[in-house]
Design a protein around this ligand. Structure first.
Ligand SMILES: [Zn+2]
Ligand SMILES: [Zn+2]
Length: 948
């Protein structure tokens, strides 16, 4: 017997109860083993679905943006599990890298790297490990709350030995191809974190609108009296590192005179900068300025004593849009500047250290911080060198900040390790094209990035991360170690201190190896690796590439990955493609589904300070995770999602409550009538039942297709439409039905619907399924079987027309202000008599059972259908005869008495006596009332009431 259901439903209570049940009954374990061979037995012949989890950064609790991706991951693994595929169900945690370090530094109250060194690297690294393990646990619990079914005991960790050593082997292979090199470059640098930030890490969202003082400088030209280049910069702290000016050889420059002084700048920008007062005395082509020398304001500082300042030509760097058309070049503090300097063989002036303090040789500036005190340079110019200053202006621009700590970046000349990309680029592009990108434009985005990316900067001067396996000798030679075994073999010192530890700093740094070129003892470079190496290697490390090739071949490439879009083209997708191109020259995944970002309900990025942020736990407790999941799954993944309680409420009403009401209607009716499911599989011939089953099997077909194509958006749209039809048509038109066919059809439909919903809303589906059946769990069921023979497209189409016609009929009633309860005589459907276009051919012909539906729905005695050519027209006869009026009154009475029965808590089969003031005289009508309300007597009384 079914347990009773209340229309007042608390979905969150249900979710908690089901979580407990799953735990107690061991449902997860049974789910994981459903299609897998028992331990110890050989693999089976089941089709595999290879899902590869992009590791979640285990550094904080999981956010609602993670929940979106995790809902997709769960959806498809559940779907393929129901379809009978063997799977690995392995979740991954990303543990290494700067993001963890920064949080640990915060916890310990550290300001910079010196604090870490003082504290001790070993202690610090252990703290990092602790933190990430702690949050891996937190995230596991949160994922379970989301209803995410994974083999949680078997999660992988990017800090594991397998993962790190597999990256070593990758780097060794890069080195074997001559792709690994140490290069000096001017790179974006975070002065707080004390590390380079690779181009791959500077995402669009890492730029902020910032206002800085910009400076117009007058730089005196050598051997020309009182004549100056006018130069503009937005980064005054770089002026001491200036060595050159760049002009565009094709542009026209002018000399402008006022009060005996002459300024040279781009002719087109003169009016904007100088106004009308300055008179043009001469014009030059940029070309002509080449090699001119000038003085800088800091030439008396020791570091700049021997620097020759000169004009160079460059077409790309110099534009006519901003500044003066003459560009300040500081090769030690700008990437393009550095490239130009190499080309033109200019002096290199390095200006700042790791923390952005001026280096020695900069006089009073040495040791002072360039970024914290940008006023240093401007104040100095104002006070000591006013002749060099033309004007200072506030300037607002988009300026990059550190992705981790939001400190403004600087550019520094440093030596870092790179993987050369030029040879890899075309191979990676070919691999990228083998992948199915969802949304489709992902392919272009990835190719575009690959076209433009520079060499991959893989080193970081930090502590907690992959230890780059490079042992460098002072003679210039460097060794790349590819495995733990190779390291042991080559170690000549320090093995005993390292043994038993993970391959991390500081333990790994104990090991010295002998330089094969000169025989000197060499140490590992101090750098750790870019964290995207950690995540890019998982198609190899987690699939046992090095230890069990057969296993790897079975599961590689992954069928499916999914991740949030914006950053991953440069990050995870990129590193996956790069690493599998190097190792196997192929793709490591077949399909990728990208999705947008989660924003607050106001369309802004979620921020605690803005009050629009919702934490996962809070969201789960307040909206429930099934609602949250539907919110994600019913959204177009290509677009950003506005996440909040209003949206959740709408979803809940639109879908979950509607479904619950259908279920509630069924259970309460079945209980009332003591109906029990039957074994017989006889298909009902009732037109509503046939229609519902046809719609249901069409839905199975469509949902299967959508899910096989990784399209949850279409699947949820179709399911919602079905539930809507189920409620507003099938249930509505079946209210008075009591026959077995009706219950049987309703019952079977609900069960199949639960199976279809299991991957989407695992809790709601389980709750309903378990009450309907005595089975253990909907999550141990197979995906519903499609029965093509039950699909009747013609019937579905006709029913749609019937419903449209009924809608028009209702509109006509409304217009005439006649309630549906009032029976009317006739409703006619006919073709309009005018010249029709061929497509308007009116061929409305339906069987009697569909006609009966129209009669019932519109409450008319007769439906008249004429066929012919022309547009469809309908007419409702609105005349109310005395007989029709009496009938209407009877219906109204029946409804009122039924309400009273409910209020009085009468049993469904309980006979009653009713008193009332206005009983109809006609005996036939009296009988109808008695029958419709199970009344034995209609007694006179002052008001309508049930007499017990
Ligand atoms: Zn930083
Ligand atoms: Zn050497």
């Amino acid at each position: 017997m079914f347990k009773p259901v209340s229309p007042q439903v608390d979905f969150i209570e249900i979710e908690k109860k089901i979580l407990e049940y799953w735990e107690k009954a061991g449902i997860l374990k049974k789910y994981l083993q459903k299609n897998n061979p028992p331990a110890g037995e050989a693999g089976n012949s089941k089709t595999k679905f290879s899902f590869l989890d992009g590791p979640i950064t285990a550094n904080n609790p999981m956010g609602v943006h993670h929940a979106w991706g995790r809902t997709y991951k769960d959806l498809w693994q559940r779907f393929f599990n129901m379809k009978g595929c063997q799977q690995r169900f392995q979740n991954g945690f990303d543990n290494q890298g700067l993001w963890v370090e920064v949080e640990v530094e915060k916890d310990l109250g550290f300001k910079d790297k010196k604090d870490i060194e003082k504290y001790g690297i070993e202690k610090f690294v252990n703290k990092c490990k602790e933190r990430t393990l702690k949050f891996a646990k937190v995230q596991t619990e949160q994922s379970k709350r989301l209803g995410y079914f994974m083999d949680w005991e078997n999660s992988y960790y990017t800090m594991s030995d397998e993962n790190n050593y597999m990256i070593w082997s990758f780097l060794k292979k890069c080195h074997g191809n001559n792709w690994l090199y140490k290069g000096k470059d001017s790179v974006p640098w975070c002065p707080r974190c004390g590390t380079a930030i690779s181009q791959h890490e500077i995402l669009t969202e890492e730029y902020q609108e910032l206002t800085h003082d910009s400076v117009y400088l007058k730089l005196p030209i050598k051997d020309k009296k009182k004549t100056f280049f006018l130069v503009w910069t937005t980064t005054p702290w770089t002026i001491p590192a200036n060595v050159a000016l760049a002009v565009n050889p094709d542009f026209k420059y002018g000399a402008y005179q006022k009060d005996g002084e002459t300024l040279i700048l781009l002719k087109d920008l003169k009016a904007k900068i100088l106004g009308k007062d300055w008179q043009e005395t001469k014009t030059f082509k940029g070309q002509e300025l080449k090699g001119w020398q000038y003085q800088g304001p800091f030439d008396d500082l020791p570091r700049l004593k021997n620097v020759v300042h000169q004009v160079v030509l460059d077409k790309d760097l110099v534009t006519a849009e901003e500044g003066t058309g003459i560009v300040h070049i500081a090769p030690g503090a700008g990437q393009e500047d550095f490239r130009l300097a190499k080309k033109e063989n200019l002096d290199l002036v390095e200006a700042i250290d790791e923390e952005a303090n001026y280096l020695d040789g900069f006089g009073q500036f040495s040791g002072q911080n360039a970024k914290q005190h940008p006023e240093l340079i401007i104040d100095y110019l104002r006070e000591k060198k006013p002749d060099f200053l033309f004007k200072i202006e506030k300037y607002t621009h988009r300026y990059p900040v550190c992705w981790r700590c939001k400190t403004e970046l600087v550019w520094r000349l440093v030596e870092e390790w790179y993987i050369k990309m030029n040879e890899l680029r075309p191979k990676m592009m070919a691999v990228t094209k083998k992948i199915k990108w969802l949304p489709e434009w992902g392919l272009e985005r990835e190719l575009d990035w690959l076209k433009n990316m520079e060499d991959w900067l893989i080193s970081k001067k930090r502590y907690w991360g992959l230890a780059l396996p490079i042992w460098e000798c002072s003679c210039g030679h460097f060794e790349v170690i590819g495995s733990q075994e190779e390291l042991k073999e080559k170690a000549v010192k320090g093995w005993e201190k390292f043994e038993g530890h993970s391959p991390h700093r500081p333990w790994i740094d104990e090991i010295k190896i002998k330089c094969p070129q000169c025989g000197k003892l060499t140490s590992r470079i101090k750098d750790v690796g870019n964290p995207w190496l950690d995540a890019g290697i998982v198609p190899f490390s987690t699939l046992k590439y090095q230890t069990d090739k057969k296993y790897w071949q079975e599961w590689f490439p992954a069928d499916f990955i999914t991740e949030s879009l914006p950053g991953q083209f440069k990050n995870w997708f990129y590193s996956l493609i790069a690493m599998s191109t190097v190792l196997e020259n192929t793709n490591s995944f077949k399909t990728v589904l990208g999705h947008g970002m989660v924003l607050g309900e106001d369309g802004q990025a979620m921020h605690k300070s803005m009050g629009n942020a919702i934490e996962f736990n809070e969201g789960a407790e307040k909206m429930g995770v099934d609602v949250m999941r539907w919110l994600f799954l019913a959204h177009n993944p290509a677009e950003n999602l506005l996440f909040g309680y209003k949206a959740a409420d709408e979803i809940r009403r639109r879908f979950h409550l509607l479904l619950w009401n259908i279920y509630n209607f069924f259970i309460n009716n079945a209980l009332t009538k003591k109906w029990q499911p039957k074994e017989n599989e006889k298909i009902s011939q009732n037109v509503l039942d046939r229609w519902l089953l046809s719609r249901l099997h069409s839905l199975i077909k469509q949902t299967t297709f959508s899910l096989e194509n990784f399209d949850a958006f279409s699947a949820t749209t179709k399911i919602e439409k079905f539930v809507n039809d189920f409620s507003t048509w099938y249930v509505r038109r079946s209210r008075d039905r009591t026959e077995d066919d009706f219950y049987q059809t309703f019952y079977q439909t609900l069960i199949i619907l639960c199976q279809l919903l299991a991957p989407f809303t695992p809790f709601l589906a389980e709750e309903i399924f378990k009450n309907l059946t005595d089975k253990e769990s909907v999550h141990l069921e197979e995906w519903p079987k499609l029965e093509e023979k039950l699909i009747d497209k013609n019937l579905e189409k006709q029913m749609e027309e019937v419903r449209k016609i009924c809608e028009i009929g209702h509109a006509l009633r409304k217009e005439a202000k006649i309630k549906v309860r009032q029976p009317l005589n006739k409703f006619s459907i006919f073709p309009a008599k005018r010249d029709p276009a061929p497509r308007d051919n009116f061929q409305f012909s339906i069987k009697e059972d569909l006609v009966q539906l129209i009669k019932d729905e519109l409450n008319v005695k007769k439906v008249e259908i004429k066929t012919g050519r022309g547009e469809l027209k309908v007419k409702l006869e609105t005349k109310i005869t005395p007989e029709l009026k009496a009938e209407g009154e009877v219906r109204e009475l029946v409804r009122q008495i039924q309400d009273l029965r409910k209020k009085n808590g009468c049993r469904w089969d309980e006979k009653i006596k009713v008193a009332g003031p206005n009983w109809p005289k006609d005996e036939k009508l009296q009988k109808e009332i008695k029958k419709g309300t199970l009344s034995t007597d209609l007694l006179p009384g002052e008001k309508l009431e049930i007499i017990k």
